[in-house]
Design a protein around this ligand. Structure first.
Ligand code: KG4
Ligand code: ZN
Length: 339
């Protein structure tokens, strides 16, 4: 008997994401029946960053309309659902609580289990939504606004952290650097776009912590380097693009060096890239080229499943349900939570 579809709800930060997925073990992506997303980017733009209280309120407004939209897309009624998965952390506590409360209430009303999902496990599993999904064991590079991690995935649910950031996450470094160069929020994509106009080699910044062994990251020093270079420059539009290019190359190079090390250390031939920074074009191209050279395979989610979305939460929840995980008794969210 095919398992019933799972509703996934993501509300950990500034995107409200909802999706419906039926668990198909051999081709998880083929089980994706609907996905809908609402981005709060415009709401927070004037403040230069996410305002937690505004985020919570907007999730309240948008969540149920998105659930209705997803059900309509899938041609389903709530009674067709076999479970509800939601992001239980890490993230903004108020935003998490909106998704958790709505998901738990729906699950209770439908008499189906509610599964709290770790947001980074969602990101980590997102490449499984694509055709030809990676099979464990693999190494995952998780690079988002809150995390920069290298994870060894022995099996789904069996994770070992190989490296983590000591300060800023990769996406955070993109966003903060963009801000100090006067780019609008959200900075990461804006900086990446500007870097396309930049000239290679005009500015060179360091590749932090690549000169010593280990798989940890540290990106906070880079923004100071960029700030100094920018302040001491002529601050022309071309220079701004050149600085952006130099910064992006430094981050991408650093990530690629550490990925190669992690693959070598684990003897694994598969690399999964996920999280918002995984949408970065230079990172995708450079890692794909490194894979061709070294003989490892790279797996990326499509761009819209790199950044926050409901599909990855529905998938992670469906996998946990299929593995027999039941519902936690307490309704709990965790703003901080290790993978
Ligand atoms: O995974 P995500 O949507 O949310 C978190 O879980 O944090 O990641 C958002 C992060 C932001 O820091 C954003 O600037 C960055 O991903 N990002 C990018 C790009 N697209 C999103 N960074 C660099 N280049 C991009 N194209
Ligand atoms: Zn995320």
């Amino acid at each position: 008997l095919p398992s019933k579809p799972v509703l996934g709800v993501e509300s950990s930060c500034d995107e409200t994401g909802v999706a419906i997925l039926r668990w198909v073990p051999e081709a998880p992506g083929s089980g994706l029946l609907a996905h809908a997303l609402y981005s709060q980017v415009k709401l927070h733009a004037d403040y230069g960053g996410v305002v937690p209280e505004l985020a919570s309120r907007d999730h309240v407004r948008k969540l149920l309309p998105l659930v209705r939209e997803a059900l309509a897309q899938a041609g389903m009624t709530p009674a067709d659902l076999g479970g509800v998965a939601y992001t239980a952390g890490p993230g903004l506590v108020g935003a998490l609580l909106v998704g958790a409360a709505a998901a738990r209430a729906m699950a209770w009303a439908l008499d189906v289990p509610a599964i709290g999902v770790h947001h980074m496990e969602g990101h980590l599993l997102a490449p499984l939504l694509e055709a030809d999904p990676p099979k464990p064991p693999f190494v995952a590079l998780l690079v988002s606004g809150g995390h920069s991690m290298l994870v060894e995935v022995a099996a789904i649910g069996r994770y070992r952290i190989l490296g983590d950031t000591l300060d800023d996450a990769a996406g955070e470094a993109f966003d903060k650097t963009a801000k100090l160069m006067g780019l609008p929020y959200p900075g990461g994509p804006a900086l990446a776009k500007l870097a396309e106009q930049g000239r290679a080699g005009a500015f060179r910044f360091s590749r932090p912590m690549t000169d010593r062994p280990g798989l940890d990251f540290s990106f906070s020093g880079l923004k100071t380097q960029v700030l100094l270079a920018w302040q001491q420059s002529d601050q022309s539009e071309q220079t701004r693009a050149d600085v952006a290019r130099g910064f992006e190359e430094a981050i991408v190079d650093t990530l690629v060096i550490k990925c190669r090390r992690a693959l070598e250390a684990t003897g694994t031939g598969r690399l999964v890239i996920a999280g918002g920074v995984g949408a970065n074009k230079r990172l995708r191209e450079t890692l794909a080229a490194a894979g061709q050279q070294d003989g490892f395979r790279t797996y990326f989610p499509r761009l819209q499943f790199c950044t926050d979305n409901g599909a990855m939460i529905a998938l992670a929840g469906a996998i946990r349900l299929a593995a027999g995980q039941g519902q936690d008794e307490a309704v709990r969210v965790a703003p901080r939570w290790d993978l």
